[in-house]
Design a protein around this ligand. Structure first.
Ligand SMILES: [Zn+2]
Length: 407
């Protein structure tokens, strides 16, 4: 059993034209006109492949290939929305390799005991409506449908109105549904597979993530007449926190990654001492305990930096998810499939969140990674070689067939 590499490559090119940027990247924001065109293209291909299509209340698209027994499906899926000036591989590959798996099963006249289905999740990226992975979150019962519907983009448009406008406000309840397994193929978005010259990552789980928000209150004053000895500069304290957050990762070592991604300075003008700074902190590690240690270290870093500058602060640890392990049976099925597909593979963990994270909360889930050139993603330079995509798609096909069972 093998997928058709040329056909898969043509699909990648064709879908990649919808929302293509002049520099060969992709801008296809969730529920935009280009998202509608991308969805329509996928639905047409899914119908051609004989799938029965349904759309749920969050606009998630399901296409089912029947099995021979009344059993829950093996679901394959990902997303077709992108970040602005993103790439043609993030999300897209997961649905296209799923489509190619269905086509390969059709070509071979293969019947499976469990149905095999393809799902396209709405607004995975969170680039237009927050939070990210909003539709799989609703499906997993972690986000209320009402809250998701009322999410607004930067122009104040509501998610539910945009769903309706593009014709993808479906009737199927968006609630947990039984599945034999959920399989998501995705680009790695990191450098490890490429560095090791491997074509496939068998994903064991998704790292634990903690987010914090720090507000530093200094004393806003004139940049000229105020001598250095009486200053309480919020930005100076914040700058120490930025380098301190980096040093947490250096001290803990291992797989810990730490990032300050946003910094809002008030009043943010050239001749005033900053009175207020708000910054974000993102901490990640596979071990939930290490992450707890990183949070304690952050508390100390902030306390010392603010004491030195004589400023006050609020530190809010407002969101965290523990390590999400994938289902042992699914991970083993993916590993067997990678071996049988002749892929060069190793086990790996995901440093980024994916729809598979929410799916793992309601059933057996697993992921397949393919390499990202230079480890890069969410940019127009995002690229994965077709030889590696072929290994990944064959791994997906064999894992789906294994889990669905030949009739
Ligand atoms: Zn993605």
């Amino acid at each position: 059993m093998k997928i058709d590499r040329d056909r898969l490559e043509r699909s990648i090119l064709e879908l990649g034209r919808i929302g293509e940027t002049p520099r060969g990247g992709l801008t296809r924001l969730a529920l935009s006109d280009d998202d509608r065109r991308g969805r329509d293209w996928m639905v047409a291909r899914m119908r051609e492949a004989g799938l029965r299509i349904t759309v749920d209340q969050m606009g998630n698209i399901f296409g089912e290939r029947p099995g021979t027994a009344p059993l829950p499906p093996v679901m394959m899926g990902s997303h077709v929305d992108s970040v602005p000036t993103g790439g043609k591989y993030d999300g897209q590959l997961g649905v296209l390799c799923g489509l190619e798996t269905i086509r390969a099963l059709n070509d071979g006249g293969i019947r499976t005991r469990h149905p095999v289905s393809l799902v396209i999740f709405t607004n995975e990226e969170g680039a237009r409506f927050q939070p990210a992975m909003i539709a799989s979150g609703v499906m997993a019962g972690k986000i209320a449908l009402e809250d998701a519907y009322n999410a607004r983009d930067k122009d104040g448009l509501r998610l539910v109105d945009e769903l309706e406008r593009i014709g993808y406000l479906g009737a199927e309840p968006c609630v947990p549904r039984p599945f034999r397994a959920y399989l998501e193929l995705h680009i790695e978005q990191g450098p490890f597979l490429e560095e090791a010259k491997l074509s496939v990552g068998v994903v064991e789980g998704i790292v634990a993530i903690a987010w914090a928000r720090l507000t530093v209150h200094g004393v806003q004053d004139h940049a000229g007449p105020t001598p250095m000895r009486i200053r309480h500069d919020a930005l100076v304290a914040a700058a120490e926190v930025v380098t301190g957050v980096r040093s947490i990762a250096r001290e803990l070592g291992g797989d810990v990654v730490t990032t300050v991604g946003t910094l809002t300075v008030t009043p943010n003008i050239v001749n005033a001492i900053p009175g207020r700074v708000v910054l974000s902190i993102d901490l990640r590690d596979p071990r939930t305990e290490t992450l707890a240690r990183a949070r304690q270290m952050l508390d100390a870093v902030v306390k010392e930096a603010c004491a030195r500058e004589g400023v006050t602060y609020e530190l809010e640890h407002y969101w965290q998810v523990p390590y999400t392990p994938f289902d042992g049976q699914v991970v083993e099925a993916v590993e067997r499939a990678a071996r049988n597909a002749g892929a060069r593979f190793r086990r790996i963990r995901s440093g980024a969140g994916h729809d598979a994270q929410y799916m793992a909360a309601i059933g057996p889930a697993g992921m397949i990674f393919v390499p990202s050139r230079g480890g890069r993603s969410h940019c127009e330079e995002e690229f994965t070689a077709i030889e590696d995509i072929e290994d990944g798609a064959n791994t997906l096909l064999l894992a789906a067939l294994d889990l669905a069972g030949r009739a």
